[in-house]
Structure formats: C-alpha cells, structure tokens
Design a protein around this ligand. Structure first.
Ligand code: NAD
Length: 481
C-alpha cells in the first residue's frame, strides 16, 4: 500500500466481529498539511446500547477459559504484525510521526500483546492443608470502556486491551477523534481472530467518550489522556462506582548533577525530551542543571535541536514530524512566546516552520523561572526549558513542587548519589542516566498526584482489570458434610 492509498481503506467500526454501520462521519486531518485527508465513522449515542450489549454477551464465554484467551491473544499479535505496514501508514498520516517510528509503535503493540498472552499468572493459595483452604482468585470485571489519546494511539490502546482481554474482560475501545483510523484498522485486522464481541472499536467526536463512561454496562473505565478530562471521567464514573485506571498528564523533571558526562547526557536528554515531538506523557518537560554545567549543557542541547530534521512523517529521513493538531500547535507556540515576553531566552527553535501543517522546531529555552507556564505546565510538545540549581536539596524541592508526579530522572557519574536522590522524587518512576528506563511491559507504570490513579503494565496492570475473590473452606483432609 502506498501512502496516497490511505484514503481508499475501509475505516468501518468493529462491533461483534463485524463492520458496524455509522450514523455519520467526521474529518481526519493530516497534521503535515493541516488538511482533512479522510473521514472516520461517527457512532450515534443511541447505538452505544447495542455495542455494549454485544460486549456483555461475549463476556459470558470469553471469561471462561484462560488457555483459549492466551491462544487467541497470540494469534491477534500475529495478525497485527502481518498488518504492520498498513497500520503504520495510517498512523503517520493521522498522527504525524515519522513512518519508521509508526512501524515501531505497531511492533511494540504486538510485543505487548504477546507479553500478556504469555504472562504467567501465579496462583495465590495461602493455605491448603488439613486445617483449611484459602485462595485469592483474580476475577474479570465484565465489560471495559477503554479510552485512548492521540500521541501513541495503538500502543496505549494495547496497554489496555491486552491485559483486559487476558484477564477475561471484553472491551469497547474508543480512539481520540484526532487519530481514529489506525485504531479502526486494528479492530478490522482482529475480526475473526478474536471471538465476536470480545474487542469492539468505535469512533466519534468528543461527546462519545463521556457517554461511554456514563453508560450502565461497563464496570471498568481505563482512560489515558489529559488530567482535566481524567478528573471529569473520575467524577462521572463515581456515580456508578465504576473501577477506574487513569493515566494522565505529567511535568516530568530531569536533574543533571555537576559530574554528569555532558556529551552523553545532552544526547540522552534531547532524545527523551523530544521523542514523538515531545508529545509523550513521560517526556522530560523540565531540566534542572547544576549551575556549574548549565551553560555548556544548554549549548549542546541547542546544537542537537538545530540539527534535528523536522519534516512530513512520510519523508525519508524525518526525525520529528509535525505537532499532531492545531490546538496543541497553538499551545506550544503560546507557551514559548509567553516565556520570551517574561524574559526567557530561546536558544534554538522558537518559531513555527514556514510551511503548511503544524510544524514547530525543537526549542530550547533558558533564563526561565519555575512559575512561568512553560515550566509549571505540561507543554506536551517540542519545547524544553532548562533551569539551574545550586544544591541537591533545592533541586529535589523544585522538582517535587508540581501537582504532577509521573516520571523523573537523575543524571550523574556518581551512581550512589543519583540513586539516593532518585528515592526522594515524588513520582511513579525514576530513572538514572536515562529518563524512561522503567517504561517496560513488565514494570508498573502510573503516576502520583494529578498524573493518575492505578498503574498499567506487568502483573500489576493485569490485576487492575480484575477483582480479588477469596475462596475459603475446610482443609482438604477435613471430613465433608
Ligand atoms: P484528552 O483528555 O483530550 O483526550 C483523551 C481521550 O479522552 C480522547 O479519546 C478523547 O476523545 C476522550 N475524551 C474527551 N472528553 C472526554 C470525557 N469527558 N469523558 C471521557 N473521554 C473523553 O487528551 P489528549 O489530548 O488526547 O492526550 C494528551 C494528554 O494525555 C496529555 O495530557 C498527556 O500527558 C496524557 N497522556 C498520559 C499518558 C499516561 O500514561 N500517563 C499517556 C499518554 C498521554
């Protein structure tokens, strides 16, 4: 399939294993042009009842046999892998990321599916002797409403689908209206691979997510998105005491100590601040550099920024694509302009590229203070502020002084100091001499404070789609009545 054939693909929703009729369509914009390049189906609010009914019906069988689920999830991973090129092209067209990175996202999605297909679930028998039997069983919840954002549409959907399905739940998945097509493609690829009704994929403009959370059928909502929306989801889910996992925003600090090797550190910081164009929940969003090395670090970062190739994701050699959508583009531009008005200094980047689409270069800003919005708020785009500190206590205090608590990192040649400092940071994951070192399928990922509730990934992510049931009784050796 060539990129210009993207518009010819079937983008139907998948419900009960079949294409589901839409009540209308909405336009999908290619961020590299700013133009609508295709249309996605819009589910009407009154169609939600039948979607959830199919998922509830499928749950009754799907919950029964774990071995069958493992086998089907492995087959699903194979089917997705076979469709890598098709899904990656859709992803680049609607999300903007370079095609090789889109292919990586599809590959990681398969890896996640395989991990959960093969995950060993330990039996938790606390006692089994003549005096008594005690076991904790992990039971599926029922239907899960899964709601995903636009930055990693497939991978972050997979963080929900794979553990939820393995645990025996069925899923109704909704992608962001900015990036619906690759997820609709995923649903289509899995028709006939997963039993009907087990994974349902619907799309529509924004009221749809709120309607899914309000619906009576789902017992669990798994949501990844902004903190603002996450709070609304929590309030709405509370009315029905639905179980909830929220993966929300971050304002992730990196602390660079005076002894950090600057060449490697600058390369690591740059990669982890600008991966996916900074549109990554765990991207570095503030750098605190010791005052003795800050100037050199800023200059090294600026060189990397000036040399990065920003281009249409379909172009050979593009390292960073456009920002995904106009609102986000305006936000990044606004934050940088505001920082400059308040005395910040743009060392690299700082003005949109002179071309169609939402292109903004990687931007390094210094001479900023903690209270400026470019530092205090989540930018979620290609801009990184660099601040200085004098001693470690000050760095810890300022890094922790945020309503968010997703990830952080410490960079130093002295590992003892780095690990000691890491333990003082108030967030869900801290890496040493890297930033997202803990972002793995087998480790729990989640935020403190406004960054979320619950975790995804690993056995802990699996448990999040189950509820414990305790079974107790007389010991096997005891007389039966
Ligand atoms: P968003 O909150 O605008 O939208 C997320 C999803 O929620 C979309 O599918 C949207 O259609 C849907 N939605 C909108 N209103 C809703 C409502 N009232 N009820 C239910 N669903 C609703 O977020 P976004 O702009 O798509 O994503 C960017 C944000 O996501 C950033 O803040 C980023 O940090 C966060 N994020 C967090 C993680 C994490 O794991 N912690 C990962 C990726 C992104």
């Amino acid at each position: 399939m060539k990129p210009n054939h993207v518009g010819l693909i079937d983008h139907s929703m998948t419900v009960n294993g079949l294409a589901f009729p839409a009540s209308g369509t909405f336009g999908v914009i290619n961020p590299a042009t700013g133009e609508v390049f295709d249309h996605a189906p819009a589910l009407a609010p009154d169609q939600l009842d039948s979607v959830f009914a199919f998922a509830a019906e499928a749950f009754e069988q799907w919950k029964r046999v774990d071995r069958f689920r493992c086998e089907r999830l492995s087959a699903a991973a194979d089917a997705i892998e076979s469709a890598t090129e098709e899904l990656a092209l859709l992803l680049t067209a609607e999300q903007g990321k370079p095609l090789d990175q889109a292919r990586n996202e599809v590959t990681w999605s398969c890896d996640w599916m395989r991990y959960f297909a093969n995950l060993e679930i330990p039996r938790e028998v606390l006692r089994d002797d003549s005096g008594g039997y005690e076991e904790i069983c992990r039971r599926p919840m029922g239907v899960v409403a899964a709601i995903a954002p636009w930055n990693f549409p497939l991978l972050l959907a997979m963080w929900k689908i794979a553990p939820a399905l393995r645990a025996g739940n069925t899923v109704v998945l909704k992608p962001s209206p900015y990036t619906p097509l690759s997820t609709l493609g995923l649903g289509r690829v899995l028709r006939g691979v997963l039993p009907d009704g087990v994974l349902n994929v619907v799309s529509g403009p924004d009221p749809l997510g709120a309607l899914m959370v309000e619906h009576i059928v789902p017992r669990k909502v798994s949501f990844t998105g902004s903190t603002e929306t996450g709070k609304r989801v929590a309030a709405s889910a509370a009315k029905d005491l639905k179980r909830l996992t929220l993966e929300l925003g971050g304002n992730d600090p990196a602390i660079v100590l005076s002894d950090a090797p600057l060449q490697e550190t600058a390369a690591g910081l740059f990669a982890e601040a600008f991966a996916n164009n900074g549109q990554t929940c765990h991207a570095i969003k503030r750098i605190y550099a010791h005052e003795s090395i800050a100037d050199e670090l800023v200059e090294r970062l600026a060189v990397l920024a000036r040399n990065a190739r920003v281009d249409d994701g379909m172009a050979e050699g593009a390292e960073l694509g456009p920002i995904n959508n106009l609102a986000q583009f305006e936000r990044v531009k606004g934050l940088v302009d505001d920082a400059v008005r308040r005395g910040g200094r743009v060392v690299a980047g700082g003005t949109p590229l002179d071309r169609a689409g939402y292109f903004y270069p990687p931007t390094i800003v210094d001479c900023v203070t903690d209270d400026m919005p470019v530092v205090a708020e989540e930018q979620f785009g290609p801009v990184i502020p660099v601040l200085t500190f004098r001693d470690e206590d000050e760095a810890v205090l300022r890094a922790n002084n945020s309503p968010y608590g997703l990830t952080a990192s410490v960079w130093s040649a002295d590992l003892e100091s780095a690990y000691r400092l890491a333990a003082r940071l108030d967030c869900g994951q801290v890496s040493v001499n890297a930033h997202s070192g803990g972002l793995r399928m087998d480790l729990p990922f989640g935020g403190r404070k406004w960054s979320g509730i619950g975790v995804e990934n690993g056995i802990w992510g699996y448990y999040g789609f189950t509820e414990p049931q305790v079974i107790v009784g007389p010991g096997r050796g005891a007389a039966t009545i």
